[in-house]
Ligand binder design. Structure first.
Ligand code: FES
Ligand code: FES
Length: 212
């Protein structure tokens, strides 16, 4: 038999290949052979993390959080929800806080990133880390790195005059009270509910007396 494309095929050959195709599609999905895997293409990314230049080749779908935790082994930043809802993954990019689970590492090529490991060290704690210890601002500690990073960045936002949803007077920069702290920290969830001690730690660093 000759088809219109000029291929010749015997009746027997056509039957054999037809039966083979039919038997493959008749297999249950899980028993069918998997298509050969093609390795994901990677792209080079480099950034400065905690003062050190780091260069990686990453699948462009890798989040900044996974790049930090899985590729650079900086496991201080925690994966809580992986959906931008808990704040456990908060790091600073170019001095601004960000949920690292919601952004791709490739979007930060050339950026300066600070994680909790770069804020202070045992024996040389950042004042916010020391205040969390002093005020017992954590219980299990899982949310704590994100809380501390958010707290440090939040106080800088207040200093810079960035208003929040509850700022009553937009002409007065640098005003910090309990309402401001609670609103500005509302993206960071603590399952242990250490909230009042977290607020006390932040108030201590801010030098705010009317925060309770
Ligand atoms: S892990 Fe990123 S916000 Fe929850
Ligand atoms: S201290 Fe446990 S989740 Fe916040």
């Amino acid at each position: 038999m000759t088809d219109t494309n000029g291929f010749s095929l015997t009746r027997r050959g056509a039957l054999v290949s037809g039966v083979a195709a039919a038997s493959t599609t008749a297999l249950p999905l899980e028993a069918r052979p998997l298509p050969a895997e093609t390795p994901a293409a990677t792209v080079p990314v480099s950034f400065t993390v905690n003062g050190k230049k780091r260069a990686l080749d990453l699948d462009p779908r890798v989040t900044l959080l996974d790049a930090l935790r899985e590729h650079l082994h900086l496991t201080g930043s925690k994966k809580g929800c992986d959906h931008g809802q808990c704040g456990a993954c908060t790091v600073m990019v170019e001095g601004k806080r960000i949920n690292s689970c919601l952004t791709l590492a490739v979007m930060h090529d050339g950026d300066t990133i600070t994680t909790i490991e770069g804020l202070g060290r045992p024996g040389d704690l950042h004042p916010m880390q020391a205040a969390f210890v002093k005020h017992d601002g954590y219980q299990c500690g899982y949310c704590t790195p994100g809380q501390i990073m958010a707290a440090v960045a939040m106080l800088q936002e207040v200093k810079d005059g960035v208003p929040s949803y509850v700022s009553a007077d937009l002409t007065v920069a640098g005003r910090i009270d309990a309402q401001e702290v609670r609103e500005r920290m509302s993206g960071n969830i603590c399952r242990c509910a250490a909230y009042s001690n977290i607020v006390a730690a932040i108030a201590d660093v801010a030098g705010a007396e009317d925060v309770a």
